[in-house]
Design a protein around this ligand. Sequence first.
Ligand code: NI
Length: 189
Amino acid sequence: MAIRRVIRMGHPLLRQPAQAIEPGEIGSEKLGRLIDDMVDTLQDYSGIGLAAPQIAEPVRLAIIEIPDESARYDNLESVPLMVFINPVIEIIDPATHGYWEGCLSVPGLRGFVERPQHVKISYTSVQGEALELEVQGFAATVFQHELDHLDGKLFIDRITDTRLLAFEAEYERYLLPMEAIHDSEGVRH
Ligand code: NI
């Protein structure tokens, strides 16, 4: 097992579109090792999603896991550990909902981002099968956030009102209580 360092905003690799993984690489020992490292890293950093560019591997690979405990805490649906190779996202319903997002590559900040809440992901599994997955609600936001990393985008690029970008301590102190008043679905993740 290997916990890798997560690179942070300002590192040029976070701003570069990632390369597709070739069919011949799927099932290889090298790709298997990279996926294992990503899982170890995600769990060590206590994140819910990680894209390969965040550990300086510029390939189209992302993992997502919303564990039961954190799902229950935030009143969300849990998502088992899933690996997405060359994922492509399609918006099923453009109606948006906003959440306060955070990112392991943008530590210490939270920003309010509105995104469509019903999307379909087409991807290749670790076994090389072409699969599709439809997701709704918060999970749809998580998938869009992770897949944005594969196109060199960060959640801060999606913030439309920059007053809603805050340090975590200030978010907890001033914005979260306001959120609780305005929207009972105020979500921390
Ligand atoms: Ni992120």
